[in-house]
Design a protein around this ligand. Structure first.
Ligand code: MGD
Ligand code: MGD
Ligand code: SF4
Ligand code: MO
Length: 683
């Protein structure tokens, strides 16, 4: 492999490591050993040289003076954030001693890893760490915070995370962006849609908030939160009633269309209008537009699935393209996640065999607060990496209460002293992805990419794979699995004959080419992984799992009498909480806002620009209100996972429920209820 780190100057190819579907190709400009500029790689087949503002300004993060350079140990009270530098030897030895004692006294399940995808590189996100915690026999973590409800729902219909190839969407004539703020969160799908628009394509956006994506639509359709499956069922009702379905497709490629036809009779436009708030004429117009325009693409977002009924919403919407036979058209169909095309050899990389006969307990990551405060037997040590749970996890006040436990030994591995790291006993400095070798598999486009280290490690920082190798050595794990190099891990992960889309993919080929496209033919050649091998409009499996076998509208759980549904989503200039600590990105975003309907504001004597308190029984936060028409009455929307700085109360997850969604143990960030009060007049 080329050693770019040894080269002082030049322009090097790279990959964006952030948890974003676009997974852009990058060009890194390096001078005197430092990155001075980051650009999009114009040669990248999908992202074609364009990147977002966040990453264009990534040097402000990489070289932020707050970046960690050495391991730290806590010297003040828990949570106070007072630390002193220590050596790696001392850090690892402290962890070894604590863990050895805990294992002796309470067993390995008293230790819990907690991580997510702060870096999407597979070796670092879910490689060596998985080996380590399997071998340790620690409690395991169910990583459900992002997409698990929708992935489960989509899978009931389609068998796996497979959808339309984004590159084919230049042919699409109708785009429906459904519960996705793509201008901020999937910008290259917007670029493709804009190209198609020049050829006459129309863009429809279905959302609870008329944000930037809604504003660029030809038709924005607002609806009540959590009522999306009713709208989809209403469209199906019209399609069947007006005989606008593709019956040849339904017969050849689906199971249960006759049952569905009967079932959707109850979802007439009047009923659906009452549930969703979408006028019945609009429901009929949308259904006709969907029937008459081909190819059509539904880009299904993550917003929908962060509700109590999120799994069923996505299960239902994903049935729609089959009704009009859209899967057979280039650029037609749906896209929720395309990750299955690039799924690598997980067994080889993660080595679940290291568990041996043990079956340790597993905890749902959305309930970290309850786990830390209530688990029996207790969790007494946490190892947190690539994740910032004090900010991103539901019921964040409960999480913080847990992290404050005097008897909890917490280690945090991160690039910065995040809000979570402030609660640690030991903090370990992490490399940025530009300092590591790894491979990246997009969950939107079909390219697998390799990243070679571009710059030398910052200070004494270490990558996740290095840290877990060190820990394995310290714990006396002799297994070969912990001696293998990153290159060997990649070789194993990329040798995957079971995945038919991997025909052209191997470590050798990837090193040479930098990116390779998953091999896929047209829809007719896909082997669907549903039990029947067909698109399942009726699912026997769902029945077995305790759900209605046919797509169904299930209302949101009414958790309390608080009058407003609170939707705290991500924002444009941060990536979840990443970038929220950097002044440059804060300035781009200005301040955290709460969008509120005029009617709701008037009732509370709140005016545009006022500072307000958002509250419920779980917590409160303070935001600047933006009054207008871009949300329906009864809904308030905030954007961004802001850091707590200078005493400001920005913790939106202090208010979110840790209840689980209907499927996949998913999060319900957007189904909480709140009240809003005026705090002070605008300045
Ligand atoms: N700039 C930026 N990009 C990102 C991220 C980021 O933080 N910032 N995060 C990344 C990650 S990890 C993810 S998972 C994705 C998330 O990105 P998206 O898939 O876009 O998901 P969200 O932004 O959570 O929500 C999308 C939309 O759903 C709407 N919504 C909420 N409830 C409902 C509902 O009941 N019905 C409908 N129809 N709409 C609803 C919200 O108003 C929002 O506009 O983005 C990734 N990309
Ligand atoms: N209210 C609300 N909450 C949400 C969401 C929402 O829409 N609304 N979205 C949810 C979703 S979809 C997601 S995916 C989660 C995301 O939540 P997280 O996974 O916590 O994502 P980030 O906030 O980006 O934090 C990632 C952390 O990893 C660190 N990091 C980056 N690279 C590395 C590395 O190589 N090694 C180590 N050790 N650390 C690294 C970064 O510095 C950062 O502190 O948030 C969830 N929380
Ligand atoms: S965050 Fe997304 S859009 Fe921005 S550079 Fe990374 S992959 Fe591209
Ligand atoms: Mo996510």
């Amino acid at each position: 492999m080329t050693d770019y780190t040894a080269m002082k100057d030049g322009i090097f190819k790279s990959v964006c490591s952030l948890d974003c579907p676009d997974q852009c190709g990058l060009l890194i400009h390096k001078e005197n050993g430092k990155i001075v500029k980051v650009q999009g790689d114009p040669d990248h087949p999908v992202t074609q040289g364009n990147i977002c503002n966040k990453v264009r300004n990534v040097t402000a993060r990489l070289y932020d003076e707050k970046r960690l350079t050495t391991p730290l140990k806590r010297v003040g009270q828990k949570g106070e954030g007072q630390f002193a530098p220590i050596t790696w030897e001392e850090a690892i030895e402290t962890i070894r001693q604590k863990w050895t004692k805990l294992i002796e006294e309470k067993g390995p399940e008293s230790i819990l890893p907690y991580s997510f995808y702060g870096n999407m590189g597979n070796l670092n996100a879910e490689g060596m760490d998985r080996r380590f915690f399997y071998r340790l026999g620690s409690s395991q973590l169910d990583r459900t915070i992002c997409q698990s409800a929708g992935t489960t729902g989509y899978k009931y219909t389609m068998g796996a995370s497979i959808g339309t190839d984004p590159e084919e969407t230049i042919h699409t004539k109708l785009f429906i962006f459904w519960g996705i703020n793509a201008v901020s969160t999937n910008m290259h799908q917007i670029t493709l849609a804009q190209k198609a628009r020049k050829q006459g394509a129309k863009i429809v956006v279905i959302d609870v908030h008329k944000n930037q994506t809604g504003r660029m639509a030809d038709w924005f359709i607002p609806l009540r939160p959590g009522t999306d499956s009713a709208l989809a069922l209403g469209i199906m009702h019209v399609l069947f009633k007006e005989e606008r379905t593709d019956d040849a497709f339904l017969e050849a490629y689906t199971v249960g269309h006759k049952e569905l036809r009967e079932h959707v009779k109850q979802y007439d436009p009047d009923t659906v209008e009452r549930i969703t708030g979408v006028p019945k004429d609009d429901i009929i117009t949308l259904a006709r537009m969907y029937a008459e325009t081909s190819p059509s693409l539904i880009r299904i977002g993550n917003g929908l699935q962060h509700h109590d009924n999120g799994g069923m919403s996505i299960r239902t919407i994903s049935c729609l393209p089959a009704l009009t036979g859209q899967w057979l058209h280039k650029g037609g169909g749906a896209m929720k996640s395309n990750s299955s095309f690039l799924s690598y050899n997980e067994t080889a990389l993660q080595r679940p065999d290291l568990l041996k006969e043990r079956t340790p307990r597993s905890f749902n990551m959305n309930q970290l607060g309850s786990v830390l405060t209530n688990a029996e037997p207790s969790v007494d040590s946490l190892f947190i990496y690539s994740c910032n749970p004090a900010v991103v996890t539901p019921e964040a006040n409960k999480v913080r209460e847990g992290l404050m436990r005097e008897d909890l030994f917490t280690v945090v591995h991160d690039l910065f002293l995040t809000e979570t790291a402030a609660y640690a006993d030991i903090v370990l400095p992490a490399t940025s992805a530009f300092e590591n070798e790894d491979f990246y598999t997009s969950y939107w486009h079909h390219y697998i990419q390799i990243q070679e280290p571009v710059i030398e490690r910052y200070g004494e920082s270490k990558s996740n794979t290095e840290v877990f190798r060190l820990l394995a050595h310290a714990m006396g794990f002799e297994d070969e699995a912990f001696r293998e190099t990153d290159a060997e891990l990649m070789e194993q992960a990329l040798h995957h004959p079971e995945n038919p889309h991997y025909e052209d993919i191997s470590y050798e080929a990837l090193k040479e080419k930098k990116w390779i496209k998953a091999k896929r033919g047209p829809f007719q050649e896909l082997k669907l992984q549903t039990p029947s091998g067909k698109i399942e409009l009726y699912s026997e499996q769902m029945k077995k799992d305790g759900y209605p076998a046919l797509p169904t509208y299930v209302p949101l759980y009414q958790e309390s009498d608080y009058p407003l549904t609170f939707i705290p989503g991500p924002n444009h200039n941060f990536l979840n909480s990443t970038f929220s600590l950097h002044e440059k990105h804060q300035k781009l975003e200005k301040f955290p806002k709460l969008h509120m309907n005029e009617q709701d504001a008037k009732e509370r004597k709140i005016e545009d620009g006022d500072m307000v308190r958002v509250l419920n029984d779980r917590g409160e936060c303070e935001l600047v209100v933006s009054v207008g028409q871009n949300v329906l009455s009864g809904v308030v929307v905030s954007q961004g996972l802001w850091a707590d700085q200078k005493g400001k109360k920005h913790l939106v997850n202090g208010l979110t429920p840790d209840r689980l969604a209907d499927m996949g143990g998913g999060a319900t960030f957007f189904s909480g209820r709140v009240e809003v009060e005026k705090l002070s007049k605008k300045k």
